[in-house]
Design a protein around this ligand. Structure first.
Ligand code: G1P
Length: 297
C-alpha cells in the first residue's frame, strides 16, 4: 500500500469527427454508433462506473449534443413506458444513466489533438487524480480494465497507463511504451513515444486508451507544443511528467476493439453478440456458414 488519492472522476474525450464512418456519422456522433444495443460511449461509462468513478466529464465538440441527451432522462419516453407497464425497458434506461449531477460537459473548441482535449477538462477535474478513457477503445473483460488498473494504482500510486502487445507493423499507429522493471503487479514505464516512425518503436507495447493520471499533467498540457501529426499529444506531456513522477504500465489481458476503425467496430459487434446467450447459438452456425462460403483471400 502506498499513499494515494482515490480516483473519483473520469474524462471521456468525444470531440472527434468520425470521418472514417461517413456517411453514418454525418449527423450521429461516432460514439453513438451501437455495439449490439448500447452506444459505444456507454461501454466506457459503464466500465468507469464499475471501477467506482463518481463523476463523468465529457469533452465534446460540435454536433455531439445527442451524447448529453443520452445521459439525461427522456421524460416523454419514460412516461409512455410507465403508462404501458414496460418495466424491463425502464430498467434498461435507468441502468444506463449516471445519477443527477454526476456528469459534466465541456467543449474542445478546435481539433488540436488528444492532449488538448484532456487539457480542456482541467477546471472540472481540478486538483485530483483522474481516469481517462478513450471511448473508441472498447475493452471486454471481467472485471473491467479500469477496475484492474485501480487495483494496481492502490499499490503504486503515481500514474498508470494500460498497455497491450500489438503486431510490430502496427506500432506506428499508436503510443508505445518502453518497459522497465516489474513492480507490484505492473511495470515501470521507462519511456514512451507517440506514433513512432516505422522501425523505430522501442517495444511493441501500445497504449490502449485507459489511463490514471495525476493533475500535474494539466500544466504540462497547457504548454505542450504540437507533436506527431501536428497535434498536441498526451503522450509527449506524460513523458515530461515522468521526469518528476512515477509511471507504471498495466498489462491488459482482455479483448480490445478499436472502434475508431470499421474492422474493430465489426469485431466488437461479433464478439459482444457471441458472448450474449440470446444470440450466440443462432449466430454461431450462420457465422460458420459465412466463413465457409467467403472467397479465400
Ligand atoms: C491516441 C493516443 C495513443 C493511443 C491511442 C489508442 O491516439 O494518442 O497514444 O495509443 O489513442 O487508441 P489516436 O487514436 O487519437 O490517434
Amino acid at each position: 500500500m502506498t499513499d494515494y488519492k482515490p480516483v473519483r472522476k473520469a474524462v471521456f474525450p468525444v470531440a472527434g469527427l468520425g470521418t472514417r464512418f461517413l456517411p453514418a456519422t454525418k449527423s450521429i456522433p461516432k460514439e453513438m454508433l451501437t455495439i449490439l444495443d448500447k452506444p459505444v460511449i456507454q461501454y466506457a461509462v459503464d466500465e468507469a462506473r464499475n471501477a467506482g468513478i463518481e463523476h463523468f466529464v465529457f469533452v465534446t465538440g460540435r454536433n455531439k449534443a445527442v451524447i448529453e441527451d443520452h445521459f439525461d432522462i427522456q421524460v416523454e419516453l419514460q412516461q409512455t413506458l410507465e403508462e404501458r407497464g414496460k418495466q424491463e425497458a425502464l430498467d434498461i434506461l435507468s441502468a444506463a444513466l449516471p445519477a443527477p449531477g454526476q456528469t459534466s460537459f465541456t467543449r474542445q473548441q478546435a481539433p488540436l489533438g488528444l492532449g488538448h482535449a484532456v487539457w480542456c477538462a482541467r477546471e472540472i477535474v481540478g486538483d485530483e487524480p483522474f481516469a481517462l478513457l478513450l471511448p473508441d477503445m472498447v475493452m471486454q473483460d471481467e472485471p473491467g480494465c479500469l477496475t484492474s488498473m485501480t487495483r494496481l494504482y492502490k499499490n503504486t500510486g503515481g500514474n498508470i497507463i494500460s498497455t497491450e502487445e500489438i503486431a510490430w507493423e502496427e506500432t506506428q499507429n499508436y503510443g508505445i511504451v518502453e518497459r522497465g522493471e516489474d513492480v507490484n503487479g505492473g511495470f515501470e514505464v521507462k519511456g514512451m513515444v507517440e506514433k513512432p516512425p516505422k522501425g523505430t518503436a522501442p517495444s511493441n507495447l501500445y497504449i490502449n486508451g485507459r489511463y490514471i493520471l495525476q493533475p500535474e499533467i494539466f500544466d504540462l498540457l497547457g504548454s505542450q507544443k504540437a507533436g506527431a501529426g501536428g497535434e498536441i499529444q498526451l503522450t509527449d506531456a506524460m513523458l515530461k511528467l515522468s521526469a518528476s513522477q512515477p509511471f507504471y504500465g498495466f498489462t491488459f489481458r482482455g479483448r480490445t476493439f478499436d472502434c475508431g476503425s470499421k474492422e474493430g467496430f465489426i469485431r466488437a459487434n461479433v464478439a459482444y453478440a457471441m458472448s450474449n446467450p440470446e444470440f450466440a447459438g443462432s449466430l454461431r452456425s450462420e457465422l460458420l456458414e459465412l466463413i465457409n462460403s467467403a472467397p479465400a483471400k
